[in-house]
Design a protein. Structure first.
Lengths: 113, 114
């Protein structure tokens, strides 16, 4: 079983704060790393897929970076808004058994107005 | 497109009963998968399929069976329900396994086993 860890488990910030959280994964056997956003009572929705060491992806105020050599990815949210409140999941795909995406337990972000 | 649909949305079973959770997608996706989500945990892969007629086990396959007779449908069968199978079940699909495709998730089925 692969070890995909996300930290922190939960985060409470004020509106306007910038924040970031981490996804750690095995540095060997890397194929892709996915980030998903999961709002309460909804289904997870894809944010980014990251494939190359040094990748940086951005969507509005949310961005992500990837370091495959050391096995981590950061997700950043600039100027958090209450609508950013959600659980953010990362999912690791290895080269062997690429069909088996391994998800972290998620970071739950709450943004207070 | 309806995307990924799941039925039922809610289900209560007694220990030992069997049932099938339905999942369908209309996006002509090759890859489909089933996950369960338990409190405080992320999504754990139960079974997946890379195309019609091909299935494989995920991380937590025990107590579940799947089949993939068509591209569109990927039902999950609980053979003899146990309280440990109380969970929220999500079906997901993606275009293919070969490229870096995102997964699209269904709305989930909340299952309670008494």
């Amino acid at each position: 079983i692969l070890n995909v860890e996300q930290s922190p488990q939960s985060l409470h910030v004020q509106e306007g704060d910038s924040t970031n959280f981490t996804c750690s994964f095995p540095s060997s056997n890397f194929y892709a790393l996915h980030w998903y956003r999961w709002e309460t009572a909804k289904s997870p929705e894809a944010l980014f897929v990251m494939t190359l060491n040094g990748d940086e992806k951005k969507k509005g105020r949310i961005s992500a970076t990837l370091n495959t050599k050391e096995g981590y990815s950061y997700l950043y949210i600039k100027g958090s808004q209450p609508e950013d409140s959600a659980t953010y999941l990362c999912a690791f795909q290895g080269i062997t058994n690429a069909g088996k995406s391994t998800f972290g337990d998620g970071t739950t972000l709450t943004v207070k107005p | 497109n309806a995307g990924v649909t799941q039925t039922p949305k809610f289900q209560v079973l007694k220990t030992g009963q069997s049932m099938t959770l339905q999942c369908a997608q209309d996006m002509n996706h090759e890859y489909m998968s089933w996950y369960r989500q338990d409190p405080g945990m992320g999504l754990r892969l139960i079974h997946y399929s890379v195309g019609a007629g091909i299935t494989d086990q995920g991380e937590v396959p025990n107590g579940y069976n799947v089949s993939r007779s068509t591209t569109e449908d990927f039902p999950l069968r609980l053979l003899s329900a146990a309280p440990s199978q109380t969970s929220v079940y999500f079906c997901a699909s993606s275009y293919s396994l070969d490229s870096y495709n995102e997964q699209f998730f269904g709305p989930g089925t909340r299952l309670t086993v008494l």
